[in-house]
Ligand binder design. Structure first.
Ligand SMILES: C[S@@+](CC[C@H](N)C(=O)[O-])C[C@H]1O[C@@H](n2cnc3c(N)ncnc32)[C@H](O)[C@@H]1O
Length: 178
């Protein structure tokens, strides 16, 4: 996963097409590889992650942005996002869908917290690649692109498509509109 991580994250950020007025949510931000460019490009960035440790680390690292009301970080799950309906213009998540308990619940929640016309960007390595690794099946579910497309569509997203920098790129960055 690590070998592809930086390029997939950078490409996912590009696909957000950030504007200075955007309110953006990153789900499962982990080590925060995207957070500096997200905070630089959007008006407000919120991160939600299951891990209390990564939330505390982000709060310390981006304390100035939090004080300036340009960022916030919360412990929480994609399946029950702690935000009101229509809170964000854009949502991104990279390398997290393998850990979600339910793709359906996660995308339904992301759909709920986006404004109409809002954009979601989802980066992940496909099942045929992840099946070569030795990931623990109790917490990890490899995801096929068709399954992610079906879940996004079922959750109400439109214009669901896969973007790749080159045709041979192994990872998927899916883009869809609320
Ligand atoms: C493999 S890391 C990816 C981190 C970062 N997005 C990246 O690409 O470098 C997955 C992250 O997703 C978080 N996560 C897993 N399941 C989650 C869920 N259901 N809701 C929110 N965050 C979740 C984990 O705590 C972890 O920080």
């Amino acid at each position: 996963m690590n070998r592809h991580n930086a390029r997939m994250n950078a490409f996912a950020v590009q696909q957000l097409r950030l504007a200075p007025s955007d309110r953006l949510l990153e789900v499962g931000f982990g080590g925060g590889i995207n957070l500096p460019s997200l905070i630089a490009g959007a008006g407000f960035v919120c991160g939600v992650d299951l891990s209390r440790d990564v939330v505390q680390q982000a709060k310390a690292r981006f304390s100035e942005s939090i004080a300036a009301r340009r960022a916030d970080f919360l412990e929480g799950s994609v399946e029950a996002l702690p935000f009101e309906t229509g809170s964000f213009d854009k949502v991104c998540t990279v390398n997290s869908v393998y850990f979600w308990k339910s793709l359906h619940s996660g995308f339904a929640e992301i759909n709920r917290v986006l404004v109409p016309g809002g954009r979601v960007v989802v980066g992940f390595l496909p099942k045929e690649w992840m099946d070569r690794g030795n990931y623990p099946s109790d917490i990890f579910t490899a995801r096929a692109p068709a399954e992610v497309i079906a879940s996004l569509t079922e959750a109400g997203f439109k214009d669901v498509r896969i973007e790749r920098p080159e045709p041979a790129t192994r990872w998927n960055v899916m883009v869809a509109t609320r």
